[in-house]
Design a protein around this ligand. Structure first.
Ligand code: FA5
Length: 340
């Protein structure tokens, strides 16, 4: 039995040394210590030994068992450690590896322009208010003193939803909402999308953006309007920019004007961008709020007066960044957008 124990000991250790996987260690354990394992059998055979031999063999068997159990544990621990190392090696990050970089997006040039405009007017003491794109005919036309036969009301000039509702054709209904909700005095700007069934060309889009400004107070004059717009234009485009006020007609302002600024490219000298006029595209409409509009909003025109203006934000972005075609702003072409 001594020899048997010695052989078992040697064979088991040799097998353990060769074991490279935890599963192998487990099958060795079962081979020797399982229910029908070799070591188990030997221990069971102890009973057949003589009284003198039993304690000696018992002590030897215990020694072998302890040694083997220890060896099994050690091999198991070693292989477990090795397994973790291998796993870590496989998951290791190679920091020197170059990977295609992810380009972060940024705000659309139109939104950037809108935010820049709003911030400028906030600095000038205006409050920003927000309004709906789906408007009532009342706010978009009637309360703005627009005659029932005004051409802009035609089906061909307005997207109607039903008889009383439309997609706002300008941000001017925000004048009505602001005056009715806030009363006088007030100083607000409001920007957003507007819609007109205009034919698409370089400078026209059926969906574009406007920023409306409105000041109502005692003693407000056309001089305040011109000064406010001049300060804004110079702050936004640069000191060298000149403004040109052309007389115009809007039902909701009297007198009314349209405003152009110096061509950004030639600074007024005349070039192909401005068709050799020295002036940029028409940027905005403005005027003194019509007394009927004040009255429609419950404000006494004998006490209060006001001015209003409506800027084409897309056109402003075009002038500022030298964009020749408005369609580029809505085309979502990454090659165009990443320039801003
Ligand atoms: C108006 O919409 C008036 N509500 C502006 C106003 C407000 C006048 C307050 C007086 C007082 P107009 O239709 O001219 O005005 O449009 C204003 C600006 O929007 C234009 O100067 C132009 O810059 C821009 N715009 C007009 N139509 C288009 C279009 N189809 N595509 C892009 N921009 C446009």
């Amino acid at each position: 039995m001594r020899e048997q124990l010695q052989n078992l000991h040697d064979q088991a250790l040799e097998a353990l040394e060769k074991a490279n996987h935890l599963e192998e260690v487990e099958s060795i354990r079962l081979k020797y210590f399982g229910k029908k394992g070799e070591m188990t059998q030997i221990l069971r055979g102890m009973g057949k030994l003589s009284k003198e031999e039993r304690p000696k063999m018992g002590a030897l068997a215990n020694e072998v068992r302890e040694k083997l159990e220890k060896a099994l544990e050690e091999r198991k621990a070693l292989l477990e450690e090795k397994k973790i190392d291998l796993q870590m090696e496989a998951e290791d990050l190679d920091v020197t590896l170059t990977k295609e970089t992810i380009r972060l997006g940024h705000r659309h040039p139109l939104l950037q322009t809108m935010e820049e405009l709003e911030n400028l007017f906030i600095e000038m003491g205006f409050t920003v208010v927000d309004g709906p794109e789906i408007e009532s005919v009342e706010n978009n036309f009637d309360a703005l003193n627009s005659p029932k036969d005004h051409p802009s009301r035609d089906l061909s000039d307005t997207f109607y939803i039903d008889e009383d509702t439309l997609l706002r054709t300008h941000t001017s209904p925000m004048q009505i909402r602001a005056m009715k909700n806030l009363g006088a005095p007030l100083r607000i700007v409001s920007s957003g999308r507007v819609f007109r069934p205009d034919d698409v060309d370089d400078t026209h889009s059926p969906m574009f953006h406007q920023l409306e400004g409105l000041v109502v107070d005692k003693g407000v004059t056309m001089a305040n309007l011109i000064e406010t717009l001049n300060v804004f234009i110079k702050e936004f485009f640069g000191e060298e920019m000149q403004t040109r006020f052309r007389p115009h007609y809007f039902p909701f302002t009297e007198p009314s004007t349209e405003v152009d600024v110096t061509c950004m490219k030639c600074k007024g000298a005349g070039c192909e961008v401005c068709n050799y006029t020295g002036w940029s595209l028409e940027l905005l409409g403005a005027g003194m709020v019509h007394p009927n509009v004040l009255k429609n909003c419950g404000i006494d025109p004998d006490v209060y007066s006001g001015f209003a203006f409506g800027l084409g934000i897309d056109r402003i972005a075009m002038v500022k960044y030298g964009i020749k075609d408005i369609r580029l702003l809505f085309g979502n072409d990454d090659r165009f957008l990443r320039q801003f």
